[in-house]
Design a protein around this ligand. Structure first.
Ligand code: FES
Length: 77
């Protein structure tokens, strides 16, 4: 399936696969330079602790973020 996929990773960021544009509320573009991994995916923080928002900086590991607690849809197919 072509297009953009958003994959919440276990106890971590949202992985974004596919070309997307990111903007601040002001409408200014957010540079993604240096952010994509080898597959081209980018990772957006959902724990709130990143010092490089909106990107994940692995702070979720330091704070022990648990994404699946209370998520009733985490294990649906
Ligand atoms: S999800 Fe990784 S720093 Fe927040």
């Amino acid at each position: 399936m072509a297009g953009v996929r958003i994959v919440p990773t276990a106890d971590g960021p949202n992985m974004i696969v596919g070309a997307v544009g990111l903007e601040w509320p002001s409408g200014h573009s957010i540079s993604q330079e240096g952010e994509p991994d080898a597959s081209g995916a980018i990772y957006l923080c959902r724990c709130g602790a990143s010092k490089n928002k909106p990107f994940c900086d692995n702070s979720h590991t330091r704070i022990g973020f648990k994404s699946t607690e209370g998520d009733a849809t985490a294990h649906r197919n």
